[in-house]
Design a protein around this ligand. Structure first.
Ligand code: NAG
Ligand code: NAG
Length: 354
């Protein structure tokens, strides 16, 4: 289309002129990873609308008037994380009131480098990077399963109550392969009632049995954990968590106990999801499905393009094996990947080659 080509012409020439500069900054040092190889553009500054609650800027990471977002951060997914951050700011009525809490692997990530990469693209962002002690959780990960799902950082979501400061009472946890197209404050404000710890979209039509092994179901002392509950699958990539209640109920220990058991007997096949289901399924507040249009990565089939589920959309989630940035780079995007690219901050002449 004509408007697109006009838009793209100027940046293309600019980038071609700049490319020797960016090449000079590529991959020095050990473990340079993709954060080094990739160069990101600076996002614009976003401003609060007049009726936003006042939050003291240097207290925002602890403020109860802020919307607290937790995400993991690593070199492999940083392009996805950047797109997610941009989408959150762009659709917030009060973007200056969003506080980001990033968890990075202490063992494999350079948090100084991640911090400066984020700060370079989002100079006005209110955020903190917390190193996550992978070794503690690696000990608990069943060695029989080896896949991307077993990256220790995947389990960081179980430890947010310990990692984030006690002053953060409620947090929205988000995966790095998603974008929001609605105001995150609405999701964060999900009523949790008097006692509920967690809210997420639930999928009661999914075959819940399939998430656990026959060993689990045939052992009444294990499967009875679901007695008196109506357990439904929920995706742990989008969750509203009351951290104060989580801490009070010591849910981290409850999750770890199931992980300990998994090490001794195979009770499930996947990684970080089943312990969440064991502890929380049937005990969560259900969030409208618009807040997690998941599976856009094509589930477990590489190369499969998925369509949106029926109904409105507030959040698009490329869960599954295919990621939009990888498919765009390979020049084999799925149709819905076009909804991700407007949030892509990667600065490279090659992505304009197509
Ligand atoms: C981490 O990154 C910073 C900034 O790029 C660099 O100065 C430092 O040497 C790095 N540390 C390690 C251990 O690689
Ligand atoms: C649900 O999954 C279990 C275990 O994989 C299977 O045995 C059962 O037939 C499935 N039920 C339905 C309704 O698909």
């Amino acid at each position: 289309m004509a408007p697109w080509s006009l838009l793209f012409l100027t940046p293309l020439f600019l980038l071609l002129a700049l490319s020797p500069l960016s090449a000079a900054q590529d991959g020095d040092g050990p473990n340079s990873g993709s954060a080094r190889k990739q160069k990101f553009k600076e996002a614009p500054e976003f401003y609060n609308s007049p009726d936003c609650p006042a939050v003291v800027s240097n207290e925002i990471l602890c403020s109860s008037s802020a919307v607290h977002v937790a995400m993991t951060l690593d070199t492999q997914y940083i392009r996805g994380s950047m797109a997610a951050i941009l989408s959150i700011l762009q659709h917030s009525a009060c973007p200056e009131n969003v506080a980001f809490h990033f968890v990075s692997s202490a063992a494999t990530s350079n948090s100084t480098l991640l911090r400066s990469t984020i700060a370079a693209s989002f100079p006005y962002l209110k955020f903190q990077v917390y190193p996550f002690d992978d070794t503690a959780v690696a000990r608990l990960i069943s060695t029989s399963i080896r896949s991307a799902l077993d990256c220790p950082l995947n389990y960081a979501r179980s430890y947010l109550a310990d990692i984030l400061p006690p002053c953060v009472r409620r947090v929205v946890y988000l995966d790095s392969d998603l974008v929001l197209v609605d105001d995150i404050a609405k999701l964060a404000a999900t009523p949790l009632g008097g006692t509920t710890v967690l809210a997420a979209p639930e999928y009661c039509n999914a075959n819940f049995t399939a998430y656990f092994t026959p060993t689990f179901w045939s052992n009444p002392s294990l499967s009875s954990t679901f007695f008196g509950r109506k357990p439904c699958y929920f995706n742990t990539g989008v969750m509203v968590i009351d951290l104060a209640r989580w801490r009070a109920g010591d849910y981290t220990t409850k999750i770890e106990e199931w992980m300990e058991l998994q090490k001794r007997m195979r009770i499930y096949e996947l990684g970080s999801l089943p312990p969440f289901l064991l502890v929380f399924a049937g005990r969560i507040v259900s969030v409208d499905h618009r807040w997690n249009q998941h599976g856009l990565g094509g589930d477990n089939f590489r190369g499969l393009c998925r369509d949106l589920h029926p109904g409105p959309v507030s959040l698009l989630h490329w869960s599954g094996k295919g990621k939009p940035w990888a498919r765009l780079d390979a020049n084999r995007p799925c149709p819905l990947d076009a909804l991700w690219s407007p949030y892509d901050l990667l600065q490279t002449p090659f992505s304009l080659d197509s």
